[in-house]
Design a protein around this ligand. Structure first.
Ligand code: ATP
Ligand code: MG
Length: 431
């Protein structure tokens, strides 16, 4: 697959060269290929201008004409072909205000952010590496092209990219680059939250979230975002257990918020500031809320260390926040001995029980959602000869809890009888 992708890219390169232009593979694909990593997409740089590229290929899409990019579709696959360019003035510490087409590959490579991203491959497969990107990669070093301070000043997003590349590729940030990053970090306030989030998301979802965390806290980057973030409290944490075992980015984020002792409403607010999607917020919030409810319920309870009691609240919380949220929460608990930032002995011991038994309890639940009950709202109403109302939902939930706990078999007769009993009690209480 990736081979066919590369073939297509090389065909475009050769076609441009045959037409008398220069053309090369550039950027991330060259870097990843040199490292033997899978390549997501092949980008091409050329001396041909966009109109010349459009004339040369049958199927093109003008995806970024303002910065010289034409997408060429070959064998149904899209390739970005960008004219060699120099960047004019930078405005507001982000993106150049104007671009100017040029003839020189080297100069095009020079505007790129890091040496490992400033390499090219020519039509014969030869590596072109004017800024010693390979040497840096071999030493395991991430280094800016040119003067780091200048480069971060031109475009502050490069600092986030720096942290992301260092953690994803396991690189040390070269000293001068690191110094420039630290002295320029407050420029991040000029970057849209959406861009910060995109980098953060890739860092946390990437190969080494622990390294990502320590780079973020070491640089204090998140403290300088446009908006104040709960996540900027990361610096206070010292020892993080390895958490790449959590496979989803959202689960890792939930772990971080739990460890920061955040409550669900603050998590929501933080994630809105960072422009995470509604679905991502929902996933994270459910896990954090489940944790909050589980632990806060213990404080008032006298029976907190009894297994049947702990099972009861575990299952009640599973019904409210979803079984999958609880599975994840248990994985989070398993990451370390005492995941909860509290000196509450109770919760520590309860968590131990949940770690040990939580997944068995979830597996043994005969039902876990209203839809699985053999009785629905309509049937309930006609059996009780009563009009629907808020009580219907409440009653169904009671039945669900009973069935989930294994106290009520999920069959019509039993459920309807139990419903009758609850309903009569509810009537009495209302009077
Ligand atoms: P990945 O796609 O894995 O994020 P990439 O290196 O391909 O890595 P892109 O954002 O796709 O990153 O950019 C392609 C190339 O464009 C980079 O390799 C780099 O040469 C250049 N580039 C991208 N963003 C910047 C930037 N902010 N400043 C300078 N050069 C950049
Ligand atoms: Mg890319």
């Amino acid at each position: 697959m990736s081979d066919a992708l590369k073939q297509g890219a090389m065909q475009i390169v050769r076609r441009l060269c045959e037409a008398g232009f220069e053309a090369y593979l550039v950027g991330g694909c060259v870097r990843d290929e040199q490292l033997g990593r899978p390549v997501k997409d092949y980008d091409i740089a050329t001396s041909a201008h966009p109109d010349q590229v459009q004339r040369l290929f049958e199927r093109t899409v003008p995806t970024g004409l303002q910065h010289g990019t034409v997408t060429v579709v070959a064998d149904k696959k899209p390739y970005e072909v960008t004219t060699f360019r120099r960047e004019g003035g930078y405005e507001a510490f982000r993106r150049p205000t104007e671009v100017e087409y040029i003839d020189s590959l080297t100069e095009d490579l020079q505007r790129r952010d890091f040496t490992m991203n400033a390499m090219a491959i020519d039509q014969n497969g030869r590596l072109i590496d004017p800024f010693d990107g390979m040497k840096d990669l071999e030493r395991g070093v991430l280094r800016c092209v040119g003067q780091a301070e200048e480069r971060f000043g031109e475009d502050a997003l490069r600092m986030m990219r720096c942290l992301r590349f260092a953690s994803e590729y396991g690189l040390m940030v070269e000293q001068a680059t690191w110094d420039a990053l630290n002295s320029g970090i407050s420029l991040l306030r000029h970057i849209a939250m959406e861009r910060i989030r995109a980098e953060l998301e890739r860092m946390l979802g990437g190969s080494d979230p622990n390294r990502a965390m320590s780079l973020l806290s070491g640089s204090g980057a998140l403290r300088h975002a446009k908006q104040e973030l709960l996540l900027s409290g990361l610096g206070k944490e010292t020892e993080w257990p390895p958490f790449s075992r959590l496979t989803e980015m959202e689960h890792r984020l939930a772990f971080i918020y739990i460890r920061l002792g955040a409550d669900p409403a603050d998590v929501e607010e933080d994630m809105i500031k960072l422009t995470f999607s509604r679905q991502q917020r929902e996933t994270v919030k459910r896990i954090v809320a489940a944790h909050t409810v589980l632990v806060s319920g213990l404080d008032e309870s006298a029976e907190w260390d009894e297994e049947p009691y702990l099972r009861r609240i575990w299952i009640a919380v599973a019904l409210n926040y979803g079984v999958s949220a609880l599975r994840t929460l248990r994985e989070i608990y398993l990451l370390e001995d005492v995941p909860i930032r509290t000196d509450n002995v109770k919760s520590g011991r309860a968590v131990d029980v949940w770690k040990r038994l939580g997944s068995v309890w979830l597996e043994q639940m005969p039902v876990s959602a209203l839809g699985e009950l053999v009785v629905g709202g309509k049937e309930l109403m006609s059996h009780l000869r009563a009009k629907g109302g808020p009580w219907t939902g409440r009653l169904l939930h009671r039945l669900l809890e009973g069935a989930a706990l294994g106290e009520l078999p999920n069959d019509k007769e039993t459920l309807l009888a139990a419903a009758r009993e609850h309903y009569d009690k509810m009537q009495e209480n209302d009077e």
